[in-house]
Write a protein of this length. Structure first.
Ligand code: AMP
Ligand code: TRP
Length: 332
């Protein structure tokens, strides 16, 4: 199977990104043909710091490698280095109804946030974001897209566009499928467990970043919002905070939710939080250590991206030729 996914170099990676996405990418790499991109063109659809952007890209690449993506097995590349992504996005935009873009949840959320800031405008890039994402996926004839819950609507959109293109110009694109975890596809904020854990959250206490120190992890987990009850039980509606902590524990320990509930049966919230902190520290500290080591290895990181660029470029070029031919465009 062909697997494609990506993350934006837009901030520190948190355990939601890790558990729902990147960790699973590493698990898929042995049996599939995988491409994992650093989607810098998506990250510039909101305010960003151009001066530090290259650093952010390197940090994300270090995360990919530290988590175990093996550049010998998978193609890791920087989206903006493959011009075909932008080119295909333009072509797909010509068959995309405007209202499909306007109804996307992420667009509505992000544009609301932008509208709340004085003097800020909602850029077309934010609206067109799902088209670029569809181009990323379709360019490589992807079967499976492992992501968190928040991206499922975008993959539905990619499916719709693929079908529409195929109908209009003849069979060209594979119709991709989202792969999401049954439990853990949406890790919630530690401060407000009704909201998702988000890189762009201004309150850093809401996220556990994979590079957080022991002290940070202990503090954030011990202060995480729960409820006034006592029972450690999974109930996402009535006990959102406790359910989130149980989910995180379950995914890091490899135990099911049922087994996790059993493990905590006669224990209190404080004990749950202490055990969870210890588990997070145990699992995250080796990753943090590797990230730090890799961040200093600039030449190696450049090499990884260069190898990936060459591999991705070859596929993208040939796909674009097919697409252009089908659309009656010149390929010269
Ligand atoms: P991004 O931060 O937008 O680059 O997201 C990278 C990956 O992490 C995507 O597959 C997202 O769906 C996933 N993701 C982001 N936030 C969460 C969350 N709170 N829970 C689970 N997955 C998430
Ligand atoms: N939009 C995705 C996110 O924010 C990142 C992304 C861009 C992506 N292109 C993709 C994910 C293609 C999967 C496939 O998480």
């Amino acid at each position: 199977m062909k697997v494609f996914s990506g993350a934006q170099p837009s901030g520190k990676i948190h355990i939601g990104n890790y558990l729902a996405a990147i960790k699973n990418w590493a698990e898929l790499q042995d049996k599939n043909e995988c491409l994992f991109s650093i989607v810098d063109l998506h990250a510039i659809t909101v305010d960003y710091d151009a001066e530090n952007f290259e650093k952010k890209i390197n940090q994300l690449l270090a995360v990919y490698l530290a988590i175990g993506l093996d550049p010998e097995k998978v193609t890791i590349f920087l989206q903006s280095e493959i011009k075909e992504h932008s080119e295909l996005a333009w072509l797909l935009s010509t068959i995309t109804p405007l209202n499909e873009l306007q109804r996307m949840t992420q667009f509505k959320d992000k544009s609301e946030k932008v509208a709340g800031k004085s003097g800020a405008t909602i850029n077309a890039g934010l609206l067109n974001y799902p088209i670029l994402m569809a181009a990323d996926i379709l360019l490589y004839q992807t079967d499976i897209v492992p992501v968190g819950q928040d991206q499922v609507q975008h993959i539905e959109f990619a499916r719709t566009i693929a079908r529409k293109f195929n109908k209009k110009f003849g069979q060209t694109f594979k119709v991709p499928e989202a792969k999401v975890l049954k439990i853990g596809a949406k890790i919630m904020s530690l401060v407000d467990p009704t909201k998702k854990m988000s890189k762009s959250d201004e309150n850093q206490e809401s996220c556990i970043y994979i590079t957080d120190s022991e002290k940070d992890i202990k503090r954030k987990i011990s202060r995480s919002v729960t409820d006034s009850g006592k029972k450690i039980k999974y109930d996402a509606k009535k006990k959102a905070g406790i359910s989130n902590l149980l989910t995180i524990y379950s995914l890091f320990s490899g135990k099911t939710i049922k087994e996790t509930e059993k493990h905590f049966i006669n224990k209190n919230y404080k004990q749950l939080k202490e055990e969870l902190s210890d588990l997070l520290i145990e699992k995250l500290s080796p990753i943090s250590k590797k990230i730090k080591e890799l961040e200093g290895r600039d030449i190696y990181l450049k090499e990884v991206l260069e190898i990936g660029r060459k591999k991705a470029q070859k596929i993208a070029k040939s796909s674009m030729e097919t697409v252009k031919r089908k659309m009656g465009l010149s390929i010269n």
